[in-house]
Design a protein around this ligand. Structure first.
Ligand code: ADP
Ligand code: MG
Length: 316
Protein backbone atom coordinates (compact mmCIF):
# COMPACT_ATOMS: atom_id res chain seq x y z
CA UNK A 1 0.00 0.00 0.00
CA UNK A 2 1.16 3.48 -0.90
CA UNK A 3 -0.02 6.06 1.60
CA UNK A 4 0.68 9.72 1.33
CA UNK A 5 -0.30 13.12 2.60
CA UNK A 6 1.81 15.75 0.89
CA UNK A 7 1.76 19.52 0.60
CA UNK A 8 3.82 21.77 -1.63
CA UNK A 9 3.41 25.46 -2.39
CA UNK A 10 4.69 27.48 -5.34
CA UNK A 11 3.96 31.19 -5.78
CA UNK A 12 0.25 31.31 -6.62
CA UNK A 13 -0.25 27.56 -6.30
CA UNK A 14 -0.66 25.10 -3.46
CA UNK A 15 -0.91 21.32 -3.69
CA UNK A 16 -2.35 19.42 -0.76
CA UNK A 17 -3.24 15.78 -1.32
CA UNK A 18 -4.00 12.78 0.85
CA UNK A 19 -4.23 9.47 -0.97
CA UNK A 20 -3.69 5.73 -0.67
CA UNK A 21 -3.11 3.25 -3.47
CA UNK A 22 -3.34 -0.52 -2.97
CA UNK A 23 -0.52 -2.91 -3.86
CA UNK A 24 -0.70 -3.66 -7.60
CA UNK A 25 -3.35 -1.04 -8.21
CA UNK A 26 -3.24 1.44 -11.10
CA UNK A 27 -4.54 4.84 -10.10
CA UNK A 28 -5.00 7.54 -12.72
CA UNK A 29 -4.50 11.13 -11.67
CA UNK A 30 -6.77 13.14 -13.88
CA UNK A 31 -6.89 16.91 -14.03
CA UNK A 32 -6.51 19.92 -16.29
CA UNK A 33 -3.17 21.49 -17.12
CA UNK A 34 -1.72 23.24 -14.07
CA UNK A 35 -3.75 21.27 -11.51
CA UNK A 36 -0.60 19.84 -9.89
CA UNK A 37 -0.39 16.34 -11.40
CA UNK A 38 3.31 16.46 -12.28
CA UNK A 39 4.15 18.14 -8.97
CA UNK A 40 2.53 15.28 -7.06
CA UNK A 41 4.41 12.67 -9.09
CA UNK A 42 7.72 14.48 -8.57
CA UNK A 43 7.10 14.61 -4.82
CA UNK A 44 6.53 10.84 -4.83
CA UNK A 45 9.63 10.22 -6.96
CA UNK A 46 11.69 12.40 -4.62
CA UNK A 47 12.55 14.90 -7.37
CA UNK A 48 10.83 17.62 -5.33
CA UNK A 49 10.82 18.10 -1.57
CA UNK A 50 7.43 18.49 0.11
CA UNK A 51 6.81 21.42 2.47
CA UNK A 52 5.14 18.96 4.79
CA UNK A 53 3.61 15.52 4.91
CA UNK A 54 4.63 11.89 4.65
CA UNK A 55 5.00 9.16 2.07
CA UNK A 56 4.92 5.46 2.98
CA UNK A 57 5.11 2.43 0.75
CA UNK A 58 4.59 -1.07 2.15
CA UNK A 59 4.93 0.44 5.62
CA UNK A 60 8.35 1.97 4.82
CA UNK A 61 8.80 5.72 5.18
CA UNK A 62 10.13 6.97 1.84
CA UNK A 63 10.17 10.66 2.81
CA UNK A 64 13.87 10.84 3.78
CA UNK A 65 15.12 8.72 0.86
CA UNK A 66 16.74 10.22 -2.26
CA UNK A 67 15.07 9.31 -5.61
CA UNK A 68 17.49 6.48 -6.45
CA UNK A 69 16.72 4.67 -3.18
CA UNK A 70 12.93 4.78 -3.54
CA UNK A 71 12.83 1.87 -6.05
CA UNK A 72 10.48 3.88 -8.17
CA UNK A 73 10.31 3.62 -11.96
CA UNK A 74 9.30 6.79 -13.70
CA UNK A 75 8.55 8.25 -17.06
CA UNK A 76 8.50 12.04 -17.10
CA UNK A 77 7.97 14.24 -20.11
CA UNK A 78 11.26 16.05 -19.57
CA UNK A 79 13.29 12.90 -19.00
CA UNK A 80 14.44 11.91 -22.49
CA UNK A 81 16.08 8.71 -23.72
CA UNK A 82 19.88 8.63 -23.69
CA UNK A 83 20.70 9.61 -27.30
CA UNK A 84 24.12 7.93 -27.40
CA UNK A 85 22.84 4.53 -26.18
CA UNK A 86 21.02 1.94 -28.28
CA UNK A 87 17.45 0.92 -27.55
CA UNK A 88 18.64 -2.21 -25.71
CA UNK A 89 21.19 -0.17 -23.72
CA UNK A 90 18.57 2.40 -22.80
CA UNK A 91 16.32 -0.35 -21.46
CA UNK A 92 19.23 -2.03 -19.64
CA UNK A 93 20.42 1.22 -18.06
CA UNK A 94 18.78 0.87 -14.64
CA UNK A 95 19.70 -2.83 -14.56
CA UNK A 96 23.39 -2.02 -14.95
CA UNK A 97 23.08 0.61 -12.23
CA UNK A 98 21.37 -1.93 -9.96
CA UNK A 99 24.12 -4.49 -10.76
CA UNK A 100 21.87 -7.17 -12.20
CA UNK A 101 23.99 -10.17 -13.33
CA UNK A 102 24.62 -10.12 -17.09
CA UNK A 103 22.41 -13.14 -17.90
CA UNK A 104 19.41 -11.85 -15.93
CA UNK A 105 19.87 -8.42 -17.49
CA UNK A 106 19.89 -9.79 -21.02
CA UNK A 107 16.82 -11.93 -20.33
CA UNK A 108 14.91 -8.97 -18.91
CA UNK A 109 15.83 -6.70 -21.82
CA UNK A 110 14.83 -9.45 -24.25
CA UNK A 111 11.47 -9.86 -22.52
CA UNK A 112 10.69 -6.13 -22.70
CA UNK A 113 11.86 -5.83 -26.31
CA UNK A 114 9.44 -8.62 -27.20
CA UNK A 115 6.52 -7.24 -25.23
CA UNK A 116 6.91 -3.75 -26.65
CA UNK A 117 7.54 -5.12 -30.15
CA UNK A 118 10.91 -3.40 -30.23
CA UNK A 119 13.09 -6.42 -30.99
CA UNK A 120 13.89 -5.30 -34.58
CA UNK A 121 15.07 -1.94 -33.20
CA UNK A 122 17.29 -3.23 -30.38
CA UNK A 123 20.51 -1.89 -31.88
CA UNK A 124 19.19 1.47 -33.14
CA UNK A 125 19.69 4.84 -31.44
CA UNK A 126 16.62 6.78 -30.28
CA UNK A 127 16.83 9.31 -33.13
CA UNK A 128 16.35 6.50 -35.66
CA UNK A 129 12.94 5.67 -34.14
CA UNK A 130 9.46 7.13 -34.60
CA UNK A 131 7.81 9.00 -31.72
CA UNK A 132 5.69 6.00 -30.79
CA UNK A 133 8.68 3.68 -30.77
CA UNK A 134 10.67 6.09 -28.62
CA UNK A 135 7.82 6.22 -26.15
CA UNK A 136 7.73 2.41 -26.00
CA UNK A 137 11.45 2.42 -25.22
CA UNK A 138 10.89 4.99 -22.47
CA UNK A 139 8.16 2.80 -21.03
CA UNK A 140 10.34 -0.32 -21.19
CA UNK A 141 13.16 1.61 -19.50
CA UNK A 142 10.83 2.68 -16.68
CA UNK A 143 9.65 -0.91 -16.16
CA UNK A 144 13.03 -2.65 -16.54
CA UNK A 145 14.19 -2.79 -12.93
CA UNK A 146 10.80 -4.17 -11.82
CA UNK A 147 10.00 -1.09 -9.77
CA UNK A 148 7.51 -1.73 -7.00
CA UNK A 149 6.11 1.70 -7.72
CA UNK A 150 5.66 3.06 -11.21
CA UNK A 151 5.07 6.74 -11.95
CA UNK A 152 4.00 7.63 -15.47
CA UNK A 153 3.53 11.29 -16.38
CA UNK A 154 1.40 11.58 -19.52
CA UNK A 155 3.04 8.52 -21.08
CA UNK A 156 1.01 9.00 -24.27
CA UNK A 157 1.12 12.78 -24.13
CA UNK A 158 3.18 13.90 -27.11
CA UNK A 159 1.83 11.40 -29.63
CA UNK A 160 -0.77 11.81 -32.34
CA UNK A 161 -4.15 10.16 -31.96
CA UNK A 162 -3.43 6.97 -33.89
CA UNK A 163 -0.18 6.31 -32.02
CA UNK A 164 -1.86 7.05 -28.70
CA UNK A 165 -4.45 4.36 -29.37
CA UNK A 166 -1.75 1.90 -30.33
CA UNK A 167 0.47 2.66 -27.36
CA UNK A 168 -2.52 2.54 -25.03
CA UNK A 169 -2.82 -1.18 -25.76
CA UNK A 170 0.90 -1.74 -25.07
CA UNK A 171 0.60 0.17 -21.85
CA UNK A 172 -2.44 -1.79 -20.75
CA UNK A 173 -0.68 -5.06 -21.45
CA UNK A 174 2.51 -3.94 -19.71
CA UNK A 175 0.71 -2.72 -16.58
CA UNK A 176 -1.17 -6.00 -16.31
CA UNK A 177 1.95 -8.12 -16.85
CA UNK A 178 4.13 -6.17 -14.41
CA UNK A 179 1.59 -5.76 -11.63
CA UNK A 180 3.45 -2.77 -10.14
CA UNK A 181 1.58 -0.21 -8.07
CA UNK A 182 1.14 2.55 -10.62
CA UNK A 183 0.29 6.22 -10.61
CA UNK A 184 -0.53 7.39 -14.07
CA UNK A 185 -1.00 11.05 -14.91
CA UNK A 186 -3.21 12.06 -17.78
CA UNK A 187 -5.49 14.89 -18.82
CA UNK A 188 -7.53 12.48 -20.97
CA UNK A 189 -10.48 10.88 -19.20
CA UNK A 190 -10.76 8.07 -21.77
CA UNK A 191 -7.17 7.05 -21.12
CA UNK A 192 -7.74 7.12 -17.36
CA UNK A 193 -10.88 5.00 -17.66
CA UNK A 194 -9.19 2.42 -19.87
CA UNK A 195 -6.05 1.98 -17.83
CA UNK A 196 -6.89 2.54 -14.19
CA UNK A 197 -8.60 0.60 -11.42
CA UNK A 198 -9.44 3.93 -9.80
CA UNK A 199 -9.26 7.53 -10.93
CA UNK A 200 -8.51 10.57 -8.77
CA UNK A 201 -9.62 13.97 -10.03
CA UNK A 202 -7.29 16.82 -9.21
CA UNK A 203 -8.41 20.44 -9.42
CA UNK A 204 -6.21 23.37 -8.34
CA UNK A 205 -4.03 21.18 -6.13
CA UNK A 206 -6.89 19.35 -4.37
CA UNK A 207 -8.53 15.99 -4.95
CA UNK A 208 -12.18 16.52 -5.75
CA UNK A 209 -13.24 12.90 -6.27
CA UNK A 210 -11.67 9.43 -6.13
CA UNK A 211 -13.35 6.21 -7.24
CA UNK A 212 -13.71 3.46 -9.80
CA UNK A 213 -14.05 4.78 -13.36
CA UNK A 214 -17.67 3.61 -13.69
CA UNK A 215 -18.59 5.17 -10.36
CA UNK A 216 -16.95 8.51 -11.01
CA UNK A 217 -18.34 8.72 -14.54
CA UNK A 218 -21.88 7.81 -13.52
CA UNK A 219 -21.88 9.91 -10.33
CA UNK A 220 -19.62 12.93 -10.75
CA UNK A 221 -19.62 15.07 -7.68
CA UNK A 222 -20.34 18.44 -9.21
CA UNK A 223 -20.83 20.26 -12.50
CA UNK A 224 -17.12 20.98 -12.96
CA UNK A 225 -16.22 17.30 -12.55
CA UNK A 226 -19.02 16.17 -14.87
CA UNK A 227 -17.89 18.59 -17.56
CA UNK A 228 -14.26 17.58 -17.15
CA UNK A 229 -15.23 13.91 -17.58
CA UNK A 230 -16.79 14.75 -20.92
CA UNK A 231 -20.49 14.84 -20.02
CA UNK A 232 -22.42 17.20 -22.24
CA UNK A 233 -25.89 17.53 -20.76
CA UNK A 234 -25.34 19.60 -17.64
CA UNK A 235 -28.51 21.38 -16.64
CA UNK A 236 -28.78 24.49 -14.50
CA UNK A 237 -31.63 24.53 -11.95
CA UNK A 238 -33.75 26.59 -14.38
CA UNK A 239 -33.14 24.19 -17.26
CA UNK A 240 -33.93 21.23 -14.99
CA UNK A 241 -37.25 22.84 -14.13
CA UNK A 242 -38.05 23.52 -17.79
CA UNK A 243 -37.64 19.78 -18.46
CA UNK A 244 -39.81 18.75 -15.52
CA UNK A 245 -36.99 17.87 -13.11
CA UNK A 246 -36.56 19.27 -9.58
CA UNK A 247 -35.02 22.78 -9.72
CA UNK A 248 -31.37 21.94 -9.05
CA UNK A 249 -28.30 21.18 -11.20
CA UNK A 250 -28.50 17.81 -12.98
CA UNK A 251 -26.46 15.64 -15.24
CA UNK A 252 -28.41 13.88 -17.96
CA UNK A 253 -26.31 10.91 -19.08
CA UNK A 254 -26.75 9.74 -22.66
CA UNK A 255 -28.87 6.81 -21.55
CA UNK A 256 -31.45 9.25 -20.08
CA UNK A 257 -32.40 10.37 -23.60
CA UNK A 258 -33.84 8.40 -26.49
CA UNK A 259 -35.57 9.08 -29.78
CA UNK A 260 -39.37 8.88 -29.86
CA UNK A 261 -41.53 10.17 -27.03
CA UNK A 262 -43.56 13.20 -26.14
CA UNK A 263 -40.86 15.89 -25.81
CA UNK A 264 -40.75 17.98 -28.96
CA UNK A 265 -37.61 19.69 -30.16
CA UNK A 266 -35.58 20.79 -33.16
CA UNK A 267 -32.25 19.39 -34.37
CA UNK A 268 -29.71 22.24 -34.25
CA UNK A 269 -26.65 20.24 -35.20
CA UNK A 270 -26.19 16.78 -36.61
CA UNK A 271 -22.72 15.24 -36.35
CA UNK A 272 -22.07 12.13 -38.41
CA UNK A 273 -19.45 9.94 -36.70
CA UNK A 274 -19.83 6.84 -38.86
CA UNK A 275 -21.26 4.19 -36.56
CA UNK A 276 -23.55 6.78 -34.91
CA UNK A 277 -24.73 10.35 -35.15
CA UNK A 278 -24.53 13.03 -32.47
CA UNK A 279 -27.53 15.34 -32.27
CA UNK A 280 -27.65 18.73 -30.57
CA UNK A 281 -31.31 19.35 -30.03
CA UNK A 282 -33.24 22.31 -28.61
CA UNK A 283 -36.09 21.24 -26.37
CA UNK A 284 -38.16 23.72 -24.31
CA UNK A 285 -35.36 26.25 -24.68
CA UNK A 286 -32.70 23.76 -23.43
CA UNK A 287 -29.88 22.50 -25.63
CA UNK A 288 -29.40 18.74 -25.22
CA UNK A 289 -27.04 16.26 -26.80
CA UNK A 290 -27.87 12.68 -27.67
CA UNK A 291 -26.44 9.94 -29.80
CA UNK A 292 -28.29 7.45 -31.97
CA UNK A 293 -27.53 5.06 -34.84
CA UNK A 294 -29.20 7.60 -37.12
CA UNK A 295 -31.15 10.82 -36.80
CA UNK A 296 -33.01 13.58 -38.67
CA UNK A 297 -31.31 16.42 -40.57
CA UNK A 298 -30.47 19.81 -39.09
CA UNK A 299 -33.56 21.98 -38.72
CA UNK A 300 -35.93 18.99 -38.62
CA UNK A 301 -38.33 18.43 -35.72
CA UNK A 302 -37.49 15.59 -33.37
CA UNK A 303 -39.42 13.76 -30.65
CA UNK A 304 -37.52 12.71 -27.53
CA UNK A 305 -38.05 10.65 -24.44
CA UNK A 306 -36.37 11.74 -21.22
CA UNK A 307 -36.19 9.22 -18.37
CA UNK A 308 -36.18 11.36 -15.21
CA UNK A 309 -35.04 8.38 -13.12
CA UNK A 310 -31.67 8.53 -14.96
CA UNK A 311 -31.03 12.20 -14.14
CA UNK A 312 -28.15 12.63 -11.66
CA UNK A 313 -28.40 15.56 -9.22
CA UNK A 314 -25.15 17.53 -8.91
CA UNK A 315 -23.64 19.81 -6.30
CA UNK A 316 -23.46 23.32 -7.81
P1 ADP B 1 0.13 19.71 -14.23
O1 ADP B 1 1.17 18.64 -14.30
O2 ADP B 1 -1.17 19.24 -13.64
O3 ADP B 1 -0.09 20.41 -15.53
P2 ADP B 1 2.09 21.03 -12.54
O4 ADP B 1 2.22 20.14 -11.36
O5 ADP B 1 3.16 20.97 -13.56
O6 ADP B 1 0.65 20.84 -13.21
O7 ADP B 1 2.02 22.55 -12.04
C1 ADP B 1 1.10 22.98 -11.07
C2 ADP B 1 1.33 24.45 -10.77
O8 ADP B 1 2.60 24.62 -10.12
C3 ADP B 1 1.38 25.32 -12.01
O9 ADP B 1 0.77 26.54 -11.70
C4 ADP B 1 2.87 25.51 -12.26
O10 ADP B 1 3.13 26.72 -12.91
C5 ADP B 1 3.43 25.49 -10.86
N1 ADP B 1 4.82 24.96 -10.81
C6 ADP B 1 5.19 23.72 -11.17
N2 ADP B 1 6.51 23.52 -10.96
C7 ADP B 1 6.99 24.68 -10.48
C8 ADP B 1 8.29 25.14 -10.07
N3 ADP B 1 9.35 24.33 -10.09
N4 ADP B 1 8.39 26.41 -9.61
C9 ADP B 1 7.32 27.23 -9.55
N5 ADP B 1 6.07 26.86 -9.91
C10 ADP B 1 5.89 25.62 -10.38
MG1 MG C 1 2.22 17.91 -16.00
Amino acid sequence: MLELALAKAFPGFRLSVRLSVAEGETLALLGPSGSGKSTLLKLIAGLLKPDEGFLRFGGEDLTPLPPERRKVGFLFQDYALFPHLTVAENIAFSLVEARWPKRAREARVEELLERMELAPHAKKRPKELSGGEQQRVALARALANRPRLLLLDEPLGALDLRLREELLLFLRKALKAEGATTLLVTHDQGEAFLLAHRVALLREGRLVQVGRPEEVYARPKDTWTARFLGHKNLLSPEESRALGLPPKAHLLPLKALALGGSLEGVVEERLFFGPRVGLWVRVKGVRLYLEAPEGPEEGAPIALRLDPAQAVPLEG
